[in-house]
Design a protein around this ligand. Structure first.
Ligand SMILES: Cc1cc2nc3c(=O)[nH]c(=O)nc-3n(C[C@H](O)[C@H](O)[C@H](O)COP(=O)(O)O)c2cc1C
Length: 279
């Protein structure tokens, strides 16, 4: 009987010990994380993950004096990459009012491939150059243009794999070949409908192009600019009678790895999925 009592006591003690150790580990981890965060931001109340949104608002709340020098607007290039020139963009005859009325997020696509002409119009709408000095279809804070654009071609005439949009030349630079339909849908939280689309157009950003002038406020500008570019693209898709849907649910790292993006100077911001409409 005493032996049985002893074992019950030992089990109870072990359970209590595990419980206490778990509590200590969680407390220590939270403390260290908050200490690090507080020393970084100089503000300990801002450091719980649940407050990230509030912290973001606070740390970016002043307009930024625009007192940094600001980089000369730059754009990424892939020297030596195989290039595909894009045709002149053309948007059909649907008016802006009708496109605004008709735009809807659509997630089913026909098996017909997108044409290069259609892709050309989508990319031009998103970030095409519209002036000698390099100004673009979408506005940009300080004309610093932090965004880069990529295409993951799933079903486009003559293209397959990952491409970078060379904005200045209105051309595609080939990054890699392959059928990325399952990878890209897995990267977007297994939204399987993406696999049947014509392409995924990815917006990334080099925050430093804008933070160099506007400090932390730049992060608001970057996401706002991605919204401008995306809406241009979605309206162009609608005008061309294509199905399209923006996608914010994805793992940044997985999309970056599909595009061969390394390091953290360039960040994945937003995806736009486009394809031919189902008849
Ligand atoms: C920032 C943002 C992220 C979104 N992410 C997704 C997404 O991951 N998957 C998806 O199917 N739709 C996504 N959508 C599309 C919305 O579900 C859609 O816009 C909304 O239901 C309204 O419908 P409408 O676009 O047809 O007007 C997203 C929209 C926005 C603006």
């Amino acid at each position: 009987m005493k032996k049985k009592d002893d074992s019950i006591r030992q089990i109870a003690f072990a359970v209590l010990l595990v419980f206490l150790l778990t509590v200590i580990a969680i407390t220590l981890q939270t403390f260290l994380r908050d200490e690090f965060c507080a020393s970084y931001y100089g503000n300990s109340s801002a450091c719980s993950p649940a407050l990230v949104g509030k912290t973001f608002q606070e740390l970016t709340s002043s307009p930024g004096k625009g007192e940094g020098i600001g980089m000369v607007a730059s754009a990424k290039e892939y020297p030596g990459a195989e290039k595909t020139s894009l045709p002149e963009p053309s948007f059909g005859s649907t008016g802006l009012g009708e496109s605004l009325e008709n735009r809807r997020s659509e997630r089913s696509f026909s098996q017909d491939p997108l044409s290069l002409e259609e892709l050309s119009a989508l990319l031009f709408a998103a970030q095409g150059t519209t002036s000698e000095s390099g100004l673009r279809t979408a506005p940009s804070a300080g004309a610093l243009y932090p965004l880069e654009v990529y295409v993951i071609a799933l079903n486009i005439e003559g293209l397959s794999g990952a491409y970078h949009y060379n904005i200045g030349e209105h051309a595609l630079e080939k990054i890699s070949s392959g059928d990325y339909s399952s990878e890209v849908s897995a990267a977007a939280l297994s939204q399987t409908w993406i696999s049947g689309s014509g392409c995924v157009i990815v917006f990334t950003a080099f925050p430093e192009r804008t933070t160099s002038k506007y400090g932390q406020r730049a992060y608001r500008y970057i996401y706002t600019e991605a919204g401008h570019a995306s809406q241009n693209l979605l309206l162009a898709a609608t005008a061309l009678d294509l199905a399209s849907c923006p996608v914010g649910a994805f793992y940044d790292k997985n999309v970056a790895s599909l595009l061969g993006i390394k390091g953290d100077s360039e960040q994945v911001i937003y995806l736009n999925v486009v394809g031919k409409k189902q008849s």
